[in-house]
Write a protein that binds this ligand. Structure first.
Ligand SMILES: NC(=O)NCCC[C@H](N)C(=O)O
Length: 412
């Protein structure tokens, strides 16, 4: 492996480079009838969502972080060779249910007319049925459930949550098999960028690829330090995939990770990933939504470590604070409760991603401005808080951590 181009050995090391995707025309394809399936609770106003996103990028930039746009990387890949572009389109169409036939041919011909930057926007944006004029003779397009779908190619409005299709861990990544069909195509873009883009090709360890059938999403994957991960057992990440990833990382000599803490959280849309209820903000400080614990403050947690002969040793725990102290070897910890522990405020602010902080350095985070109670509390605990605008972006149920994939953090 050549000199590394990805380096993420913590959640809090000074952030130097990050991957974003600016919300695009895919947002304008969300309708009331499709929004639940597209994993949205409302329809954002694109113009304002883009302004908010640009401001988020500016705050990152102003704080010394290189912002890399995923859509530019994909366009670079398409510009490399028309064979690669065609191969990508065929994979994309095939995964969308079009291997052969009239619809496949019509879509291929339609996509062929776009310049590469327009093509990238279109693949994320989706194709409406009424956009193409052709005689559709596919039974599955004309009868049954597919006929009700207003799109020939579904939009990918969740793409601005770049955290989830992959996860940077150490000098490598996992390219994730995502849970819902609404997001599954997103990690195909990551696969092609990692495989072909000159910045990454041959320089990134792929710990796990998207051909795996077990479900894993980046919002559940937290790098607590250079040898400990926390992974949510959640609506989006299965216990099977965590076990498989543990086996892969423990056996791989290029990986330095020897401890994975599997944390079970409620399986619902408001808390679909671990990072919607729990993020790391300093060496010994975390933000946490108290609603993930039962009335006695307990949870279902397993510490996984390598056992003999490639087995995995499991140790059960129920106290999150004690478990974190144990694996991080810290005498004290500060768990800062979203909304200050008030039941109504904490639920309201968690819903709008008040727990979803993005650390840009130890003790320095980016958060949504609307979660003013949690933000004030963070400041009272000594944290530097950069607030970003959040009226429209938050409608997708993700915050600053969800919208960013760190590519390089300084080691602690
Ligand atoms: N890491 C995250 O928590 N990402 C937020 C993803 C929100 C998106 N609407 C989803 O349901 O997948």
């Amino acid at each position: 492996m050549k000199k590394p181009v990805i380096n993420v050995n913590s959640e809090i090391g000074t952030l130097k480079s990050v991957l974003l995707k600016r919300p695009g025309e895919e947002i304008e394809n969300i309708t009331p009838d499709t929004m639940t399936r597209l994993l949205f609770d409302d329809i954002p106003y694109l113009k304002i969502a883009q302004e908010e996103h640009d401001f988020f990028a500016k705050v990152l930039n102003d704080n010394g972080v290189e912002v890399v746009y995923l859509e530019d990387l994909v366009e670079d890949v398409f510009n490399l060779a028309s064979d690669i572009k065609l191969e990508f389109i065929e994979r994309f169409l095939s995964e969308s249910g079009y291997d052969l036939g009239t619809t496949h041919d019509a879509l291929l011909a339609y996509l062929d007319d776009f310049t590469n930057d327009q093509l990238v926007a279109k693949l994320y944006g989706g194709i409406r049925r009424n956009e193409l004029d052709f005689i559709n003779d596919s039974l599955h397009d004309l009868a049954g459930r597919d006929a009700q779908n207003p799109y020939l190619l579904n939009p990918l409005p969740n793409a601005y949550f770049t955290r989830d299709p992959q996860a940077a861990i150490g000098n490598g990544i996992t390219i994730n098999r995502m849970t819902y069909s609404a997001r599954q195509p997103e990690s195909l873009f990551t696969e092609y960028v990692m495989r072909y883009h000159p910045r990454y090709t041959g320089k990134v360890n792929i710990w796990r690829n998207r051909n795996n059938m077990t479900r894993l999403e980046g919002g559940d994957q937290l790098v607590l330090n250079n040898h400990v991960l926390a992974i949510g057992v959640s609506q989006r990440t299965s216990s099977k995939s965590i076990e498989a990833l543990a086996r892969e990382l423990f056996a791989n000599t290029a990986a330095n990770f020897d401890t994975i803490v599997a944390i079970e959280i409620p399986h619902n849309h408001a808390m679909m990933h671990l990072d919607t209820v729990f993020t790391m903000i300093n060496h010994d400080q975390f933000s946490i939504f108290p609603g993930i614990m039962d009335e006695k403050g307990q949870m279902n947690i397993f510490i996984m470590t390598p056992g003999p002969d490639n087995t995995i040793k499991l140790s059960h725990r129920t106290d999150l604070m004690a478990t974190l102290k144990e694996v991080l070897k810290l005498p004290e910890l500060d768990l800062i409760q979203t909304g200050g522990g008030d039941k109504i405020i904490s639920q309201r602010e968690q819903w709008n991603d008040g727990s979803n902080t993005l650390a840009i350095a130890p003790g320095e985070v980016i958060t949504y401005d609307r979660n003013y109670v949690s933000n004030e509390l963070l400041r009272q605990h000594g944290i530097i808080v950069h607030e970003v605008r959040s009226s429209e972006l938050s409608r997708g149920r993700g915050g600053p951590r969800c919208m960013s994939q760190p590519l390089w953090r300084e080691d602690l």
